[in-house]
Design a binder for this molecule. Structure first.
Ligand code: GDP
Ligand code: MG
Length: 439
């Protein structure tokens, strides 16, 4: 998916803004990439529609290239598609929380049971597992072994008792043991079939569960959509757990579940170990799909700070060499607001990382500069040339700000250097070549 999307961004190289016409090609690439990642067609259609609408409506942000903007829009639509926020497990307000796990055979239900009780244990919640998969004796043994591994009790009643009856008895047992949570493992088939659904419905009736979670193998791809839809219609689910995300999954299942069922993915499994279960974070997943975390944070920062108007005005001043101490101050303050320009530069690919010590130094010297500019007269601020020419004025500023004359001279020199550097910086943001100043 990542490489497919990359060709979408590449189509925008050299463009100035996103328009109705120039997004056609990239949108086609995005569409293809999603379909190749096994996202179902209706989901892809709606997604492409939503992104196109936003892309055309978005204004120009100085310093952010159209392809970066499109990455950002696609990212936020991906997050939305996957439900936006993290969706926590629900717990019963009073009494026991009952979690029923359902899903096809081999998707990882039994493993999830144990992982989930381990996950809850870390949160200080006690839990009990119930073995209601009566079709394979090995399935019961497997749950018992996993239960031992994570140190939680497992209720079993052999293979002769009906699953709904096992569920009922298991619940009783958990009540006696004063467990916080009961997790019920059920049987899966290779395909959705009627008797499995009937059995699940019966188990559900017997339990009145707080959560009914459909366990979905992330490798399922397209079929995930149909699977989730069917389970939701037939038995009613409250969410899904995506397993085997550590594998060679193309991401399609993650993108379809929410859209087709309206139900969130609550947890993901990323491996066979007991600790490999974690909450599902839509924004991280979107970032992973795009593989472009750096660009995303850069665009966000730039949006926050560089309002288009401000930037344009500033650029005019720089180009006409009118950049004065007022601008300098404005600039250094907005730089401080940005958490320092150097940090942002570290995010731009190919610019190398800036160390925290360098950032601290930069912020400290910004403070010193501010205190000197603050004692300047309006005329001195507007005409840095005055200070450049007059040692007397520099002496006064040094005295009033409590800095040395040398520091004032440095500041003046810096402003003139700054004019040149700002020119370069605008060049970089516009995508031209330029050398990077260290603040
Ligand atoms: P069930 O039939 O749905 O109960 O599936 P199981 O829990 O028995 O799991 C089937 C296989 O998938 C087992 O070999 C598990 O170790 C493996 N498995 C389960 N979850 C994950 C996961 O998140 N990542 C990987 N790599 N393997 C998993
Ligand atoms: Mg099983």
């Amino acid at each position: 998916l990542t490489s497919g999307l990359e060709s979408a961004w590449n189509k925008l190289k050299g463009e100035e803004v996103l328009t109705k016409d120039n997004i056609v090609e990239p949108m086609r690439e995005i569409r293809r990439a999603l379909l190749e990642a096994d996202v179902s067609l209706p989901v892809v259609r709606r997604f492409v529609q939503a992104v196109s609408e936003q892309a055309v409506g978005v204004g120009l942000i100085r310093g952010v290239k159209p392809d970066q903007q499109l990455v950002k829009i696609v990212h936020s639509e991906l997050v939305k598609l996957m439900g936006g926020e993290v969706s926590e497990l629900n717990f019963a307000k009073s009494g026991r929380t009952v979690i029923l796990l359902a899903g096809l055979q081999g998707v990882g239900k039994t493993t999830v049971c144990a992982k989930l009780s381990y996950y809850l244990k870390k949160q200080g919640k006690s839990s009990m597992l119930v073995a209601a998969d009566v079709y394979r004796p090995a399935a019961i043994d497997q749950l018992v072994i996993l239960g031992e591994q994570v140190g939680v009790p497992v209720y079993t009643a052999g293979t002769e008792v009906k699953p709904s009856e096992i569920a009922r008895r298991g619940l009783e047992e958990a009540k006696k043991k004063k467990m916080d949570v009961v997790i019920v493992d059920t049987a899966g088939r290779l395909q959705i079939d009627k008797s499995m659904m009937e059995e699940l419905k019966e188990v559900k009736r017997a339990l009145n569960p707080t959560e009914v979670l459909l366990v979905v193998d992330a490798m399922t791809g397209q079929e995930a959509a149909a699977l989730v839809t069917t389970f939701n219609l037939e038995i009613g689910i409250t969410g899904a757990i995506l397993t085997k995300l550590d594998g060679d999954s193309r991401g399609g299942a993650a993108l379809s579940v929410r859209e087709v069922s309206g139900k969130p993915i609550k947890l993901v499994g990323r491996g066979e170990r007991m600790e490999d279960l974690e909450p599902f974070y839509p924004d991280r997943m979107a970032g992973r799909i795009l593989g472009m975390g750096d660009v995303l944070s850069f665009v966000e920062k730039a949006q926050e700070v560089m309002k288009q108007e401000d930037a344009e005005e500033l650029q005019k001043k720089i180009m006409s060499a009118k950049f004065d101490f007022n601008d300098f101050l404005k600039q250094t303050r907005s730089v401080a607001r940005m958490g320092s320009m150097t940090r942002v530069m570290g995010m731009i690919p190919g610019m190398g990382k800036v160390t925290p010590a360098q950032i601290r130094d930069a912020e400290k010297s910004l403070k010193i500069m501010e205190s000197m500019i603050e004692v300047m007269t309006p005329e001195e601020r507007e005409k840095p040339e005055l200070l450049a020419e007059s040692p007397v004025l520099r002496k006064r500023i040094a005295k009033d700000s409590g800095k040395t004359e040398q520091q004032v001279s440095q500041l003046v020199a810096q402003l003139f250097q700054m004019r040149i550097r700002m020119k370069n910086l605008m060049g970089i943001m516009e995508g031209q070549e330029g050398s990077i100043p260290a603040l």
